[in-house]
Design a protein around this ligand. Structure first.
Ligand code: ZN
Length: 321
């Protein structure tokens, strides 16, 4: 069975913004609880979409009490401070991603430095790194804004917070069923970018804070956690998830792991950047970060299983055992 928002009468989906490669962003409204989840990208057109959606759902700004955000990426969190301010509502996020919005200006500077250093560690050449930084434009967000920090298992506005790391370090999902019941009217899990209908969420390049962790290992655990939920899963882009979508994403990652090993066989020793170029061809713009990050995440997971050896740290370089 596919899962779609039409199955959950207490929830309204609003398509916000122009769409990204993953599909149009989904803001979800729970009018009875005064909740808006992932209000959308920080653009005027998305703001207009959101206002129209609130009106359709008969949810007035005064009645919005909580703005909940699954992760720090601007296409999800971008309108959150503006909406929280206009509605005098509480903005809340997972505690690990919260600082990136709460302290946006300073965290952005730190992120750019970290992104550059990380891409160099992955073996990306200086001109490719410079092009990524050049294309990374600041979002129109306040320099700082109060954000309530949520931990795994917390409840807010009757929703349960589920830590779902991988795509970002502090990604969370929100479950609206009472104690995990698949309540036909209200039960759903808002999964943000943890599970998407057509794209496989980027892991490794979409949050360089994950570099010192095993983001792919964490992400595979996230998939298992979400797969066990009885409620319909509602994605942060698009409307509908196929019943076997999680299985499909998992097998995509298995296939990619095999391709990473095959690429390493031909190249070794090799950096994540070299493996990414072998796998994805010429990488430019933001794909430098995403592609090399994806290869790095696979190599890290392989290293955890002792299936590859790290032979150098700067740039990080791998060999088959
Ligand atoms: Zn994202």
């Amino acid at each position: 069975m596919t899962t779609t928002v039409d199955d959950v009468p207490a929830v309204e989906r609003v398509a916000v913004g122009q769409g990204t490669p993953e599909g149009t962003n989904s803001a979800y409204l729970l009018p009875e609880r005064g909740v808006v989840i992932d209000p959308g990208p920080p653009t005027e057109s998305a703001w207009a979409d959101l206002q129209a959606g609130l009106e359709r759902a008969a949810l007035t700004l005064e009645a919005v009490e909580y703005v909940l955000v699954t992760h720090w990426h601007a296409d999800h969190a971008g309108l959150a401070p503006r909406l929280a301010e206009a509605a005098d509502a509480t903005l809340a996020m997972g505690d690990t991603d919260a600082p990136i919005i709460a302290d946006y200006a300073a965290e952005r500077d730190r992120r750019l430095e970290r992104d550059a250093e990380t891409m160099r560690t992955w073996g990306a050449p200086d001109d490719a790194v410079a092009a990524v930084l050049e294309g990374d434009r600041p979002s129109p967000l306040p320099d700082s804004f109060p954000v309530e920090r949520l931990a795994d298992g917390d409840r807010i506005a009757g929703l349960e917070v589920l830590a779902t790391p991988g795509h970002t370090l502090g990604h969370v999902a929100f479950a609206s069923g009472a104690n995990g019941d698949a309540d036909a009217d209200t039960g759903a899990v808002f999964v943000g970018d943890a599970v998407l209908p057509t794209y496989t969420p980027n892991v490794g390049g979409s949050d360089t804070r994950t570099r010192t962790t095993d983001p792919l290992g964490d992400y595979v655990e996230t998939l298992s956690r979400l797969e066990r939920r009885p409620e319909p899963l509602l994605p942060g882009h698009g409307t509908t998830l196929a019943a076997d979508r999680i299985e499909e994403i998992r097998s995509h990652h298995h296939a990619r792991t095999e391709r990473v090993v095959a690429a390493l066989e031909g190249l070794e020793p090799a950096t994540p950047w070299a493996v990414a170029c072998e796998l994805f061809g010429d990488l430019s713009g933001i794909h430098v970060k995403f592609g090399a990050g994806e290869a790095a995440a696979h190599l890290e997971a392989l290293e955890t299983e002792n299936a590859v050896n790290r032979v150098e740290d700067e740039p990080v370089t791998y060999r088959l055992p």
